[in-house]
Design a protein around this ligand. Structure first.
Ligand code: FES
Ligand SMILES: [Fe+2]
Length: 411
């Protein structure tokens, strides 16, 4: 694996930083195109099939990663103004994320403190706005900082201090345009520490400017990690995506950078071939960034619809059981929606991608899961040296849940 371009993280403003970054990726892509190579791990890695099927491992992942860890609940643009709110319920308990009148984003259990009714009955990706939330059961009312501000029939609660019945707050942090929530537990979120040296790379994307265009849910009948694996290698483009990405992108070719446990991976477009012989000064100026993986379950793809016209796709994968995945998928206009025709193009980027993911990637994942569920006891899948991102994802997850990867048959 080549080193990152040293200039890419030091540019003064995000746009030139993205361009420097894209230039570094282009340089490495062209060298792979010329040599027919890809960034690789030192060797293949066997992975015991139980990583995808074991209930105890799934329980540990849900507990340690999805309930106990910081998870991306959305982007700043999902609740840009005071009073904006959205539901985040994919990690476990239903949570309301809302921006208060002081501009701060907070997260609360979507649970009335009277008798536990659900305040907002809609599921993710619901979003809305309002200065207050009124419980549908007996109309207790809370403001957008979680304070209980009205109780009908208040005299019946004479000994019940109103302040003691505010909404139950859960840890939440807004950083670099990402909103992180810890669904269970009270430890504050240190997003900068969580992102580590990946932060400057994400900062280039200016995620705080992204405006949502379309959101939905994709389902896979597979373990969440099998679905996640499909975002980390381009080895399947030519076969599985023969009529889509396989046409436009090089197969089995990637530029990969680890910022453990996160990573960035870019897949060279065939249109780059035209520049293979060109002088670097004549290369096109792009801001293409590729796939940005935020541990443990979020994939942010920054790409171009056409030169100069970008979109950001965010896939957040959640386990619904050892063998079921719910993916919250959203597409954003990275720097705001400039006009209706641009909005329509970004919307089309949602529809096209949702179809490919659903009918191709998740189809294969679902069938593979059935096989793995019934695989011989000693069966291991093998992650090739060319599937380096997957190797590192599985190692990082195993480490984070404190369960070593099971002994696997040698590659
Ligand atoms: S449960 Fe919400 S007001 Fe009664
Ligand atoms: Fe794919």
């Amino acid at each position: 694996m080549a080193d990152r371009d040293p200039g890419e993280l030091s540019a003064a403003d995000p746009a030139s930083s993205r361009q420097a970054s894209a230039r570094g990726i282009l340089r490495r892509s062209l060298s792979h195109i010329a040599a027919g190579t890809t960034d690789m791990a030192p060797g293949p890695m066997p992975l015991h099939a139980s990583v995808y099927t074991d209930e105890a491992r799934f329980a540990a992942e849900r507990e340690r990663l999805f309930l106990g860890g910081p998870i991306v609940a959305g982007l700043s643009g999902d609740c840009p103004e005071s009073g904006d709110m959205f539901v985040f319920d994919a990690a476990g308990p239903s949570i309301i994320v809302m921006r208060g009148k002081d501009g701060m984003v907070r997260a609360f259990r979507n649970m009335c403190t009277h008798r536990g009714a659900k305040l907002i009955e809609e599921a993710e990706p619901w979003s809305g706005r309002g200065a207050r939330i009124t419980c549908p059961f007996h109309a207790w009312t809370f403001d957008n900082t979680g304070h209980l501000i009205a109780q009908p029939g208040k005299r019946a609660f004479a000994d019940c201090a109103i302040g003691a019945r505010d909404l139950i707050e859960v840890p939440c942090a807004e950083h670099l345009g990402l909103i992180f929530v810890r669904a269970s537990g009270s430890e504050p979120i240190d997003a900068a520490t969580h992102l580590g040296d990946f932060a400057p790379v994400l900062e280039q994307l200016e995620l705080h400017r992204a405006e949502p265009v379309k959101k939905g849910v994709l389902e896979a009948g597979s373990n969440w990690k099998f679905a996640l694996d499909t975002y980390g290698e381009g080895y399947h483009f030519k076969t599985l995506h023969a009529s889509t990405i396989g046409q436009t992108h090089h197969n089995d070719m990637a530029v990969y950078d680890a910022f453990a446990p996160h990573h960035r991976i870019s897949f060279p477009d065939r249109s780059l071939d035209a520049h293979a012989e060109a002088d670097e000064a004549d290369w096109p100026q792009t801001e293409y960034g590729g796939v940005h993986y935020v541990f443990p379950n979020t994939v942010i793809f920054f790409g171009a619809l056409e030169p100069g016209s970008y979109f950001t796709q965010v896939f957040r994968l959640f386990p619904e059981g050892a063998g079921r995945t719910r993916c919250q998928f959203a597409v954003y206009a990275p720097f705001g929606i400039t006009d209706e025709s641009y909005r329509a193009t970004v919307e089309a980027a949602y529809d096209g991608t949702a179809t490919v993911v659903d009918e191709e990637d998740y189809r294969v994942a679902s069938h593979a899961q059935t096989n793995l569920d019934h695989a011989p006891e000693d069966f291991s899948v093998v992650l090739g040296a060319n599937e380096i991102a997957l190797q590192n994802i599985h190692r990082s997850i195993a480490e984070a849940i404190g369960m070593p990867l099971p002994e696997a048959r040698s590659a």
